[in-house]
Ligand binder design. Structure first.
Ligand SMILES: CC(C)(COP(=O)(O)OP(=O)(O)OC[C@H]1O[C@@H](n2cnc3c(N)ncnc32)[C@H](O)[C@@H]1OP(=O)(O)O)[C@@H](O)C(=O)NCCC(=O)NCCS
Length: 391
């Protein structure tokens, strides 16, 4: 007899969970069944005379301070409509958090359709994902010395290296697993993801992945949905944007993921205002604080000490005061000392560089003596956390 929470026990439970996911996210069962099956052992279900809830786990990393910290990306959290509101979602997430604490990585990351559920267990908003919407006729259409050609299979290693090189230094970006790379390319059959690279003297300096989406059947023009536009320099960005701009006789608008201070915007900003198509927040859970704090990167130019008393009602093992000592880019987190009270949700936002100590105080997540605030601010200062990925 399988336990109440755990990986699906055989094919019938996998199919049952896939059915819940398809109903919950208004999708087609065959597509969701393929997606669910691709996770193999990384599915979890809750049972009560059959499957009553489930989730999927992306095993991946997230870059903080230039280092990849292992995390579980939680997705596909679903309870069937007739069973919602009776505590199953909370029970499922609690069981997953405790499993993560015992056997998983030091962090957990998710996009929260229901933030209150995750807040109860210690997740907090820690970064964003922003999609801009622009008229194709507003994009610059001048080429540069970088030429654009369709991507070949043999470009894959260079594409991934370019992504890593440009994102590893940006807080919150994913150290993508194979499943995340596949997600970027997954699309309905009738709208394939098109891929191009910009190159100069045989070296790839940028790439573009997009699909063409016709929202209104029968209408002549469509929209361009950019999955990813990555450029190592302004010339590569210009050539890729110019190619997009040349869709303007058949397409109207383009949506495009952008970071908070995206250098791409230097190329596209022709006005002071760009409409935001979507601005979502993702949440982070610091599951094992000392390990998480010692695993991320820090500026080698900051030397600082601070104490905080972590408050984590869901995982009392994490409660207590720790002393943080940062030097030469290495953090040591040891028990003891005396400092202000930091809710574990506040720790997530601080860890990612999303909220400063002052902002944490205003949010009610940090309380007590402010004498360590300046040291904490210096330790966790960095680029605004974001990720171009949705999962
Ligand atoms: C969100 C979902 C997983 C929650 O599961 P559930 O069993 O219905 O939720 P619970 O009864 O365990 O509620 C736990 C807490 O979650 C929050 N919550 C629950 N349902 C919610 C909803 N529909 N919207 C916003 N918050 C919700 C509440 O804070 C609730 O606590 P409270 O009742 O004390 O206020 C479930 O409603 C569902 O499958 N919804 C559709 C899919 C979805 O949104 N998935 C989440 C993807 S991140």
């Amino acid at each position: 007899m399988p336990q109440r929470y755990g990986p699906p026990d055989g094919d019938a439970e996998i199919r049952h969970y896939a059915g819940i996911v398809a109903v919950t996210f208004a999708g087609e069962l065959p597509a969701f069944e393929d997606w669910v099956r691709s996770f193999g052992p990384d599915l979890r279900v809750l049972r009560d005379q059959g499957v009553v809830a489930g989730l999927t786990i992306y095993r991946m990393g997230q870059y903080f301070g230039g280092k990849s910290v292992p995390t579980w990306g939680i997705a596909g959290v679903a309870v069937p409509p007739h069973l919602r509101g009776s505590g199953l979602g909370l029970e499922l997430m609690r069981a997953n958090l405790h499993e993560n604490f015992e056997h998983g990585p030091p962090l957990s990351t998710l996009y929260p359709a229901a933030p209150a559920l995750y807040r109860k267990l210690g997740w907090e908003f820690a970064g964003t994902r922003t999609l801009l919407r622009m008229r194709l006729s507003d994009l610059p259409a001048e080429d540069s010395d970088a030429s654009v050609r369709p991507a070949a299979d043999s470009d894959e290693a260079a594409i991934r290296e370019l992504y890593r090189g440009l994102h590893a230094g940006l807080n919150g970006c994913l150290d993508r697993s194979e499943a995340i790379w596949q997600r970027l390319r997954r699309a309905p059959r009738e709208t394939p993801v098109m891929q191009f690279v910009a190159e100069r003297e045989g070296r790839i300096a940028g790439y573009l992945m997009y699909l063409q989406k016709r929202d209104v059947p029968g209408r002549f023009s469509f929209d361009v949905v950019v999955r990813e536009l990555v450029a190592a320099d302004a010339g590569a960005a210009r050539s890729l944007l110019a190619m997009l701009a040349r869709h303007r006789s058949v397409a109207r608008e383009v949506t495009l993921p952008a970071s908070p201070h995206d250098p791409l915007l230097h190329e596209v900003l022709r006005t002071q205002e760009i409409p935001v198509e979507s601005h979502m927040g993702w949440m982070l859970r610091v599951v094992r604080p000392a390990e998480a704090l010692e695993s991320r990167g820090y500026s080698p130019h900051v030397a600082a000490r601070a104490c905080v008393e972590i408050h984590d009602p869901e995982l009392p093992q994490n409660c207590g005061t720790i002393t943080l000592a940062l030097e030469g880019g290495e953090m040591r987190a040891s028990k003891g000392g005396s400092g202000p009270r930091l809710d574990v949700r506040g720790l997530a936002a601080l860890y990612a560089g999303h909220l400063s100590p002052g902002e944490l105080r205003a949010a009610g997540l940090l309380a007590g003596s402010a004498k360590h605030d300046a040291a904490l601010a210096a330790m966790f200062a960095g680029p605004s956390p974001f990720t171009p990925d949705f999962f």
